[in-house]
Design a binder for this molecule. Structure first.
Ligand code: NDP
Ligand code: 8X3
Length: 251
């Protein structure tokens, strides 16, 4: 049976790859992001495979999100799968040098927008006794690194929020899962380094990062598991990435 899938941050990267993956299954898609032209092109591309509702929205704006989610067309209103994917890192400076506006933006997007979508779509899922919230976290939520400060903090929130959702949703039939990818080549680093393409390219140079499609296939698999199965969390990295040693400052 086809599902209604709400994907936040569907205009690029993991979100766009998820849209293509779920469209192949014939699911109905609500695709949310700020870049209208991207979403329109995308809706056109997927038109033969799936019903698509582009939702041009800054997910940080709570009132706008409340309004938009309350007025989804009937065909798209009963969301079965919410993929909370919209998010970003800004900067890689140490905490004492970072731009406080960047910290605000990461908290507003990675935490608050995810909260809004979840809180607004959950009651319908609980009422229908089915649904699945799939949150996109990051290895940065568990593993600290220099310059990860607030970005990693927001993803640690996503990890624990997902577990706490599971605690609240026990007995409702509604599932909650968290996917934590490591380095993946998307627009992520262009955003992090504010358009510095050369610096962004360096992140992926001479290695094999995950692709957006790798992550989308994992998210699709999580959503496709039988309704009595809940994947709580899944961490995935490129085979070319692993953890480093603990740092030591020497005098
Ligand atoms: P991209 O930059 O390619 O995609 C980010 C998406 O988020 C875009 O579609 C963007 O759309 C959307 N977005 C950002 N801010 C807002 C906003 N205020 N309102 C609505 N949409 C917004 O990066 P990724 O695909 O890599 O990132 C997706 C998620 O994966 C993020 O949560 C990121 O933290 C996480 N992640 C990424 C990893 C990586 O290495 N790439 C690894 C681990 C996790 P638009 O600009 O059009 O609004
Ligand atoms: C993105 C992966 O290592 O840049 O979440 O934080 S990392």
């Amino acid at each position: 049976m086809s599902r209604t899938v709400f994907i936040s941050g569907a205009s690029s990267g993991f979100g766009a790859a998820c849209a293509r993956a779920f469209a192949r299954k014939g699911d109905r898609l609500v695709l949310a992001a700020r870049r209208a032209a991207r979403l329109d092109t995308f809706a056109e591309e997927l038109r033969d495979q799936a019903r698509v509702y582009p939702l041009v929205l800054d997910l940080r704006e709570r009132a706008a999100v409340e309004k938009a989610l309350a007025s989804l067309p009937a065909e798209f209103a009963e969301v079965d799968v919410l993929i909370n994917n919209a998010g970003l890192a800004l900067g890689l400076e140490p905490a004492h040098q970072t731009d406080l506006d960047d910290w605000d933006t990461m908290v507003d997007t990675n935490i608050k927008a995810l909260m809004y979508c979840t809180r607004l779509l959950l009651p319908g899922m609980v009422e229908r006794k089915r649904g699945h919230v799939i949150n996109v976290s990051s290895t940065a939520g568990d593993w600290p690194y220099p310059g990860g400060n607030v970005y990693g903090g927001t993803k640690a929130f996503v990890n624990q929020f997902t577990r706490n959702l599971r605690a609240d949703l026990l007995g409702t039939g509604v599932r909650a899962s968290c996917v934590a990818p490591g380095m993946a080549e998307t627009e992520f680093s262009q955003v992090r380094f504010k358009g510095d393409a050369a610096r962004a390219d360096q992140v992926y140079a001479d290695t094999r990062p995950l692709t957006a499609e790798d992550v989308a296939e994992i998210i699709l698999w999580i959503a496709d598991t039988p309704p009595h199965v809940n994947v709580n969390s899944l961490e995935v990295m490129s085979v070319d990435q692993a953890w480093g040693h603990l740092a030591v400052h020497r005098h």
